[in-house]
Design a binder for this molecule. Structure first.
Ligand code: DSN
Length: 440
């Protein structure tokens, strides 16, 4: 087999480790809902010469010389991203989803303002007000949850809390929620108290891009996302708007001037909380956005949903308890309490069989976030590898065998071998194996 990066390999210690990681990714079944495999082109762009360039500022307004090509790269990324979501404005510079959310908070809120988001323990995200995060330290965080009987977002609770507490911003979006969102209702709640709505679509962005889930852009003032989950790009963040440029809330910039929302958000990213943008990553974002605009990606996004539904059905058939009884998107959250195993033990045991997923708190969990009662299972990565509906049942079978035999290393080893044989049919970066490409 040709060694990854073989043409430029001098630091063998490091590049051997990269090779090892490639083999780990290749040989296993990747079910972490927030992970994916980028195209080789995306990897190439990430390992390319814009990595050498400082470009603080924005296209046409940089603080360094020599940015004319970088401007074209960044403009291409912006233009493609706007086309994907029919957005009128976008910023592609945030280094991550957390940075994108930080910039929105910085632009729109003052320290101590109230925010209302989905509780982390109910599927929400760290940056939506967790006390362990800047969002919970700098702002007064309030939470809504999901309903115990249905596992779906409790909009009545969101409304009651919003009316009683009058937060400045309502945040929707999640890390471990398998159902779609009622953005229209959230906006109505926000309008009734004069609050902004931020939709963090990091997880389902690729499905929203293809109209397979509700469109947040019509109802939410600001939308943030990561680029590396269902969108299948490099690791990074983005901020977008379709409407609402006119700053309906009269928010002021650091000099006290009322400016359009787009200007405030740009200023919050740079110089507000970032310095030089990662232009090689922005180049890779542009590549992946171009891919999202293709028909091939449309088929991919539809296949994600078909695979998730097939997998959910197979779990239910084997007596697994799915929160909300199923999924509308790319993931499912499984409460393992009826299987008498913790999320931690399940994750660690499945790891031994090269089936990778993460332990996850389930709503109303009685265990700590380090142990948890559940696991989160997602299909974007295996769908990229070409797996279809009929491949979901055998995967669930393998998971079931492992979880029913956590102390039987022989059985786990047999599953590991099965996993290896199974995934051989679905090549990962065949360009590298065939020796057709090398980075450099
Ligand atoms: N850590 C990500 C996830 O796994 O969902 C969210 O940022």
């Amino acid at each position: 087999m040709l060694h990854y990066f073989c043409l430029m390999q001098k630091d063998t210690q490091l590049f051997d480790l990269i090779q090892k990681e490639l083999e780990r990714q290749r040989n296993g079944i990747e079910l972490i809902a927030s992970e994916n495999f980028t195209s080789y082109q995306v990897l190439q762009a990430m390992g390319s010469v814009p990595a050498n360039k400082y470009a603080e500022g924005y296209p046409g307004k940089r603080f360094y010389g020599g940015c004319e090509v970088i401007d074209e790269i960044e403009n291409l990324a912006i233009e493609r991203l706007k086309r994907i979501f029919n957005a009128s404005w976008a910023n592609v510079q945030p280094h991550s989803g957390a940075q994108a959310n930080t910039a929105v908070f910085l632009a729109c809120l003052k320290a101590g303002d109230k925010i209302l988001g989905l509780d982390l323990s109910m599927g929400g995200h760290l940056t939506h007000g967790s006390p362990a995060n800047f969002s919970g330290k700098n702002y007064q965080a309030l939470f809504y949850g999901v309903k115990k009987d249905t596992g779906t977002v409790d909009y009545d609770q969101m409304e009651a809390t919003a009316k009683a507490e009058k937060p400045k911003m309502i945040i929707c979006g999640a890390s471990a929620y398998s159902r779609d969102w009622d953005y229209k209702r959230i906006r109505e709640i926000a309008d009734s108290i004069g609050a902004l709505v931020l939709a963090d679509i990091a997880h389902p962005a690729g499905l929203i891009a293809k109209g397979l889930l509700n469109d947040p852009f019509e109802h939410c003032h600001i939308v943030t996302s990561t680029t590396h989950k269902t969108l299948r790009g490099p690791r990074g963040g983005i901020i977008m708007m379709r409407h609402d440029f006119d700053n309906p809330f009269g928010i002021k910039d650091p000099k006290g001037n009322i400016r359009p929302m787009s200007a405030l958000l740009d200023l919050a990213v740079f110089p507000g909380m970032q310095g030089g943008p990662l232009e090689h990553v922005i180049a890779a974002k542009a590549v992946s956005f171009g891919e999202v605009l293709t028909n091939e990606y449309t088929s991919y996004a539809k296949q994600i949903i078909a695979n998730a539904q097939s997998m959910a059905g197979s779990f239910v058939k084997r007596g697994y308890n799915l929160i909300s009884n199923g999924t509308d998107n790319h993931l499912m959250l499984i409460d393992l309490r009826n299987k008498n195993i913790t999320g931690k033990k399940a994750q660690e045991t499945l790891d031994k069989a090269h089936i990778t997923l993460n332990k996850n708190a389930v709503p109303f969990d009685d265990k700590s976030p380090f142990i948890t009662s559940g696991i989160r299972v997602g299909v974007p990565a295996i769908t990229t590898r070409g797996l279809k509906e009929e491949h979901m049942e055998p995967i669930v079978d393998m998971i079931d065998i492992v979880l029913n035999n956590v102390d039987d290393n022989k059985k786990i080893e047999t599953v590991k071998e099965e996993v290896y044989e199974f995934m051989k049919e679905f090549p990962l970066y065949p360009e590298i194996e065939a020796g057709e490409v090398a980075v450099g």
